[in-house]
Ligand binder design. Structure first.
Ligand code: IMP
Length: 416
């Protein structure tokens, strides 16, 4: 069985918690895109873990975790994350963790470039996480990127850096007024990182295809969300990879459509960084959701913008990713309100739409809401109001909600 966990909104839907839960039933847990822009928070026995690059299945000793070639890897950050796990008595062996030889490497100049651009270019700021994700994917498509396998050979690192930095150092010096990146130092650092990570490096593509032939259970863990997808998101306010279904085949080389395409959606919406957000709340209710839901970015600590659940946008996400089941998270946050709202249609240029489409200009979308009594949960039992709210979402999406998350811990889940 192949399953995929896909963020159906703007990221931060609680994918890490669900991956950790489903990892218990899977032989493989595989990250396929993004990088350490992701922040997956897990609570196990009241202990908090935050992962950025390593799949959230790592806290389950039986699943093998892979970082596939679609992920951009900052080797320094990956080593720090391994050290963080070790300091929490989790020591991933090379049998537990595999890293693609073919994955592009985020170097210090990618991070620098990302941060320089964001600080200089105020009007067109994307609000990136500043982790060098975009600049690294740019080098990949420019056919210049360093790959993880290159880190095993000093000469290759140096030659590739010389080739790339010929252009980049002109930018640093003349456009951003910053220092040159020193090639020798960067080469040495990257080589050392390669030596540390060498035991984990492997051909994840062949391994996954063999596992699939043997009918092993594979779980793909998406980072970010469909509405941040480079192809299908609110361009240009997107990330530089494909969190949606297409990103799985491209990012792993396993040319199979998963049996279970699980869309993770929060019971309300959040967004970090710049970009359109039709149901955003600018009032006290938005602040309350932010406070009660503890809506701070796990990677950057930024406050997440909050708003009501947006069904026309969620329908669009489900459509472009072939989502065939939903896991709804953070339902418990809504019971603090007396009533809640759900956007069920848009009015756009005097016409009604139940699903977002690409002809729409975000600034002219008018969300229309239905009001519900707040869903209550008592001892893992859903109130009638909660059931009515879930049924309504299922009917609108024409997709079943299989699990509802009602708290941060592994066991805070209601199966339906
Ligand atoms: P980048 O991925 O750092 O280039 O940032 C591009 C956009 O994606 C920005 O709006 C970020 O806030 C957003 N973003 C990137 N990663 C995440 C994530 O894991 N959760 C939510 N938003 C993210």
């Amino acid at each position: 069985m192949i399953s995929a966990i896909i963020g159906a909104q703007w990221g931060d839907e609680g994918k890490g918690k669900i991956t950790d839960f489903l990892a218990q039933k899977n032989d493989y847990v595989v990250r396929y895109q993004g990088g350490n822009n992701a922040g997956h928070t897990l609570y196990i026995n009241q202990k908090k873990y935050v992962l950025h690059l390593i799949p959230s299945g790592i806290l389950n000793p039986n699943a093998r975790c892979l970082i596939a070639q679609g992920v951009v890897i900052n080797p320094k950050v990956l080593i720090e994350e391994l050290d963080y796990l070790k300091s929490n008595d989790i020591v991933p062996t090379s049998a537990q963790l595999g890293i693609s030889l073919q994955a592009p490497v985020i170097t210090s100049y990618h991070v620098l470039l990302d941060q320089m651009r964001e600080s200089k270019n105020d009007k067109q700021k994307i609000g990136t996480t500043g982790k060098g994700i975009g600049p690294c994917y740019e080098d990949l498509t420019a056919r210049k990127a360093l790959l993880m396998k290159d880190l095993l050979d000093k000469n290759t690192i140096q030659k590739k850096l010389e080739n790339i930095l010929l252009e980049k150092n002109v930018l640093f010096k003349n456009l951003y007024g910053s220092n040159f990146v020193a090639i020798e130092e960067e080469t040495e650092n990257l080589y050392q990182y390669g030596q540390i990570l060498k035991p984990y490096l492997c051909d994840t593509l062949t391994e996954l295809n063999i596992a699939s032939k043997k009918k092993q259970n594979i779980l793909f863990e998406g980072a970010q969300g469909v509405l941040l997808d480079i192809n299908f998101g609110s361009y240009p306010y997107v990330t530089s990879s494909s969190p949606s279904l297409g990103g799985i085949i491209n990012g792993t080389g396993l040319a199979k459509i998963p049996d279970n395409v699980i869309g993770i959606a929060k019971a309300y919406c959040t967004r970090v960084g710049e970009g359109p957000f039709p149901t955003e709340l600018f009032d006290e209710t938005g602040k309350e959701i932010q406070r009660i839901g503890n809506e701070f970015g796990a990677t950057t600590g930024r406050i997440r913008r909050c708003g009501w659940l947006d069904l026309p946008m969620l329908k669009y996400s489900c459509m472009v990713s072939g989502i065939n089941q939903i896991i709804l998270t953070k339902l418990d946050i809504l019971h603090h309100f007396s009533e809640i709202k759900v956007c069920y249609k848009y009015i756009y240029k005097n016409q009604e739409y139940s699903c977002f489409n690409q002809s729409m200009n975000f600034s002219e979308i008018e969300p229309v809401y239905k009001t519900f009594k707040a869903p209550q949960i008592n001892n893992k039992e859903l109130s009638d109001d909660a059931k009515a709210y879930l049924s309504y979402i299922e009917e609108e999406l024409e997709i079943p909600i299989k699990i509802v998350a009602i708290g941060p811990e592994r066991e805070d889940l209601i199966m339906r």
